[in-house]
Design a protein around this ligand. Structure first.
Ligand SMILES: CC(=O)SCCNC(=O)CCNC(=O)[C@H](O)C(C)(C)COP(=O)(O)OP(=O)(O)OC[C@H]1O[C@@H](n2cnc3c(N)ncnc32)[C@H](O)[C@@H]1OP(=O)(O)O
Length: 213
């Protein structure tokens, strides 16, 4: 069984996003081990060991054991994160050293803020979110739980994003806009009107194209 200490971090999800989170965690001084349901076919991700499946992870002693879920799919990330929390794992918030996070912003557990992201004053970021590389979350924004703000997306002041929303790469949202839960905004879109829950919207200006599957 794996020995854990204060500097150990378990990452569930040995994928591309997992690599980015592992790289960030190492820069913060953690020693990284992965778990993934592809085990035992997959025993390594690059140089990082993959030690077992999600069920194996749930058998570990959770006392003081830190874990984070690195899965891009928002609903699956939510499910696995909640299971880990229910089992007593500690879910840290990971902020890349190059990210700029206002001392007046709040980040919740299990959220990762990646390289060059900016989270400005009085923004509130929920649990298990991905604030991806070079994205900008301006002042007074509210980001719901398990949302993903993809690389280079920019949210102007006071934007409200629902739970499990996915803001595609390079998208932009005008100030004070509301986006409902589980809505996907396509890559490169410009959102100038509020969007309901459970839709796919894209384009500039973004329009609702369909409901979520
Ligand atoms: C680190 C990382 O990698 S994070 C991941 C970042 N990835 C993203 O942000 C991807 C976000 N996903 C998208 O933008 C996708 O294109 C979606 C979800 C909006 C649509 O995907 P699909 O339903 O598969 O649409 P599909 O690719 O079949 O395209 C259907 C039509 O919509 C158009 N379309 C698709 N996406 C967009 C978009 N973002 N903006 C404008 N038009 C679009 C296509 O050109 C196509 O038009 P056509 O019928 O005239 O040829």
């Amino acid at each position: 069984m794996m020995e854990t200490n204060d500097q150990s971090l378990i990452i569930f999800g040995a994928s591309g996003h997992g690599k980015v989170v592992a790289d960030l965690a190492e820069q913060l001084g953690y020693v990284v081990n992965f778990y993934d349901d592809a085990y035992p076919q997959k025993t390594q991700l690059e140089h990082w060991p993959v030690l077992g499946t999600f069920d194996d992870l749930l058998k570990l002693n959770t006392h003081n054991t830190k874990a984070v879920v690195a899965i891009g799919n928002n609903a699956i990330r939510e499910l696995k994160t909640k299971q880990l929390q229910a089992h007593g794992f500690t879910l840290p918030t990971l902020v890349h050293p190059s990210a700029v996070v206002s001392t007046y912003a709040e980040l919740s557990t299990g959220t990762v803020v990646l390289a060059n992201a900016v989270v400005n004053a009085f923004a509130l970021i929920g649990r298990g979110c991905i604030i991806n590389s070079s994205s900008i979350v301006e002042h007074d924004c509210f980001i719901g739980n398990f949302a993903h703000i993809c690389p280079t997306s920019a949210l102007a002041g006071g934007v409200k994003i629902g739970d499990r929303c996915w803001l595609g790469i390079g998208s932009q949202v005008r100030q004070l806009i509301n986006i409902g839960n589980d809505t996907l905004v396509g890559a490169g879109s410009t959102v100038v009107k509020s969007l309901p829950s459970n839709v796919v919207a894209y384009g500039s200006p973004a329009v609702v194209v369909r409901g979520q599957d």
